[in-house]
Design a protein around this ligand. Structure first.
Ligand code: NAI
Length: 735
């Protein structure tokens, strides 16, 4: 049982409280329960009353219900109204008519709610997302609490679908076309004060004394102090409402939305474009026809591979975001030390202070310290400029970072993170110093990209306290963190580090200490392959375009320009030393690096980065000093576009299989999370290894063998792991 109905003081309460679950979901079963309750309030067959608070002639509530003042929908769960539909049910849609039936069933029930001949109120105290938000939209009124956990939104596009319980019909009518489109197309949720500003809720109330505020709200409705028609309540103002008021303006808003979706998704994600097409139709239709359009188009989307892939990625990210060590509850970190105030140290300091952790930031001279402090301050300034923070909040957080030239203040830190230059000698020295300066409780972490954590741990008194904590650049944006375990890292150290990462809002994968860990190892192999293709006569722009057409956010050369050729070259050398010949930087990279083309930071790399050049492949000039090698210079290599793509992808898949073979990670999910959140592998393809599964292991093995033979290149030799999968007829995700 998840929904109960009771009456109190002539008010009906529909209470959601899903048994055996922390959250309420709008499952098919829950919808059936709701349907029964609604039928008891207005028996089936009786036409319901649309919108009005008072009953017109001929309409009546069933006997016994006519004295009801209002029907209120509430949740008995803490911080949750209704968290959404059941994703498992969406995942289960495989036949084409199934999506249509599901959408129609939900729509019909929410229509019944909307048409009840009595004022209906959703009391939102916590998350009202997806189907939960759509249920609230079907009510005549919405009251939200100031609870900071109150979030309202329609995140369906993140799962490759769009809201189909009336959300595309009701939201743009309620809050206006531009804001409605924006919420549906981005999937972003809003807090209660933004919801009030948008007109998404009618009133806010504190959690304390909520009953009292609800009674006042009901009284105001009864006394006619609130306009009964929800769509007539919005006070439109500003340019948006002028635009929205005319057909031409509406056309303009739709065009703008299409352009912004195409810019953000490059057209790879069908759901937001479909959502626009639906709203473009149903904005001009009555409810019956409008909802019919919504359900039919939803049906088209729900069974697509993109939707299934995005649901897979959603599950993975939920799983990894919550990683912990069972049975250990670490003490929360209150203070942290950072050594090295460079690009990464400055970024990490800002991230920690943002999470209200005190930071001691150490470097070797004032100039270096100033750089780190300045870069953290800039991030706060930008957040204030974009109105994501109030100036005083930014100031309070920035004050948590204190610079230092020595280790004073490190003794009582919960964790110290080393982010000095990528040089083993320097890092060893720092770990020796840290081991002496830190307290017995301090976790000693390194942000190294590729070096041995075990070797650093060897310099300390207690190697069980040493762990790798590899953030990605830029720290405040990149969601992934690689956590690197040595053979001696203790469970307590891991638990403390995972707890910190969760608090910082990052997604961790746990990897075994090994050269390059996972993401850099796979990514650098791919970039080196791109270099080989350049040597074989293919142009920088053509290679980059093949990868962006595949869905990567940028091609391998644009990426290298962003990261810096110096950084790339250094990591490749470390990988070559640790993993062998296949990582030997291609000659053309070494030559370009030697010429001083470092990428964006030096103004020139594979592309020219003078002011005015945006950094994307389109419209950016390649550096004329970089010429591809001669076609035919490598024996047998005349790849067409398909083969170029396959070479770059299959090198990654083979390396990923090697990581699994060596036990660097324990599951394909860790690789997919790493590559999506750390390297931008397209989520709509489900991740590198999920994509590999769609290609089929046998097809990959035979193509690798063909390439090995054709190019006489050992790097394409299929790994034992792949061969075993093939032998056993398995896929990466079926092990
Ligand atoms: P950086 O060169 O910008 O900064 C290094 C800082 O360490 C400099 O401010 C330097 O003065 C300082 N430093 C050097 N020796 C020191 C010592 N003994 N004590 C205190 N400070 C010292 O380097 P970046 O890029 O921030 O990299 C730092 C670490 O993070 C490296 O291990 C790198 O591999 C890793 N990393 C870098 C990424 C990037 O994209 N830049 C991404 C992920 C990891």
């Amino acid at each position: 049982m998840s929904i109960t109905y009771r009456e109190d003081n002539n008010t009906g309460f529909i209470e959601f409280d899903q048994t055996d679950s922390k959250v309420n979901l709008l499952t098919a079963a829950a919808l059936q329960e709701l349907d029964k309750i609604l039928d008891s309030l207005a028996p089936a067959g009786q036409r319901f009353l649309p919108q009005g608070a008072s009953l017109p002639a001929g309409k009546s509530l069933p006997a016994g219900k006519s004295s009801l003042k209002a029907v209120v929908i509430v949740s008995k769960k803490k911080d949750i109204f209704i968290a959404g539909a059941d994703i498992k049910e969406i995942e289960g849609i495989t036949r084409s008519e199934e999506g249509l039936q599901k959408a129609k069933a939900g729509q019909d029930i929410l229509n019944k709610l909307e048409d009840l001949a009595v004022p209906t109120i959703a009391v939102i105290d916590g998350a009202a997302l997806g189907g939960g938000c759509e249920l609230a939209l079907a009510c005549q009124y919405r009251l939200a609490t100031f609870n900071e956990k109150t979030r309202i939104g329609l995140p369906e596009v993140n799962l490759g679908i769009f809201p189909a319980f009336g959300g595309t019909y009701r939201l743009p009518r309620l809050i206006g076309l531009p804001d409605g489109l924006n919420m549906i197309l981005t999937g972003k949720s809003v807090d209660s004060s933004k919801a009030l500003r948008l007109g998404l809720v009618d009133r806010l109330a504190p959690q304390n004394g909520l009953d009292h505020y609800l009674n006042t709200f009901i009284e105001d409705i009864r006394q006619g102090r609130i306009v009964p028609d929800k769509y007539a309540r919005r006070k439109t103002k500003g340019l948006a409402s002028i635009l929205e008021g005319s057909l031409l303006g509406q056309w303009f808003i739709f065009q703008q939305s299409i352009q912004s979706v195409l810019k953000n998704t490059k057209g790879f994600y069908p759901a937001p474009l479909k959502a626009i097409a639906v709203i473009k139709k149903n904005f001009y239709l009555d409810r019956t026809k409008g909802l019919d359009v919504e359900a039919r188009e939803f049906n088209e989307l729900a069974a697509t591979a993109v939707a299934k892939n995005l649901i897979h990625v959603f599950y993975l990210s939920e799983q990894y975001r919550k990683l912990n060590v069972e049975g250990i509850t670490p003490k929360p970190v209150e203070k942290c030390g950072i050594i090295g105030a460079g690009v990464m140290g400055g970024g990490i300091a800002q991230l920690l202070s943002y999470a209200n952790i005190w930071v001691r930031l150490k470097d070797i001279n004032y100039e270096a310290l100033a750089l780190g402090v300045r870069s953290a301050a800039k991030l706060y300034r930008d957040a204030v400029k974009k109105r994501r923070m109030k100036p005083y909040e930014a100031a309070v957080k920035m004050d948590k970072i204190t610079p230092t030239l020595d280790y004073s203040g490190f003794a009582d830190t919960g964790i110290a993170i080393e982010a000095v230059v990528e040089n083993m000698e320097v890092k060893r020295k720092v770990f020796r110093e840290l081991s002496a300066a830190a307290g017995g409780q301090t976790i000693l972490a390194t942000n190294t990209s590729a070096l041995s954590v075990t070797e650093m741990a060897g310099e300390t008194k207690d190697p069980s306290k040493v762990i790798g904590l590899h953030f990605f650049n830029p720290v405040h944006k990149m969601p992934l963190v690689e956590i690197i375990m040595t053979a001696q890292t203790s469970k307590e150290t891991l638990a403390g580090t995972l707890a910190l990462v969760r608090r910082l809002g990052k997604t961790p994968i746990v990897v075994k200490d090994s050269c390059g860990f996972v993401v850099n190892r796979i990514l650098l192999g791919y970039i080196n392959e791109a270099g080989r293709l350049l040597e074989e006569g293919n142009s920088v722009v053509a290679i980059d375009k093949i990868m962006t057409d595949f869905g990567m956010p940028m091609g391998p050369f644009t990426l290298t320009d962003e990261v810096g050729l110096d950084v790339g070259s250094k990591v490749l050398h470390i990988l070559e030393a640790g993993l062998g010949e296949r990582f030997k930087p291609v000659e053309i990279f070494e030559k370009i690096y030697a010429q001083g083309f470092l990428g964006k930071k030096s103004g020139k790399g594979f592309y020219l980065h003078q002011p005015g050049h945006s950094g994307s492949v389109r419209g950016v000039q390649p550096n004329p000093a970089i010429q591809p090698g001669h076609p035919g210079s490598v024996r047998g290599a005349h790849p067409d576009q398909e083969e170029i793509l396959r070479r770059m992808l299959y090198v990654m898949i083979n390396e990923a299989a090697r990581c699994l073979e060596e036990g660097i990670v324990d599951a394909p999910g860790a690789i997919d999370v790493g590559m999506i959140f750390g390297a931008g592998f397209p989520a709509f393809r489900g991740g590198l290894l999920r994509y590999a599964d769609t290609l089929g292991v046998s097809a990959i093995v035979s193509e690798l063998k063909r390439l090995e033979e054709k190019l006489q290149a050992q790097r394409f030799q299929p790994t034992t792991y792949l061969l075993k999968l093939q032998e056993n007829g398995k896929r990466f995700y079926s092990v």
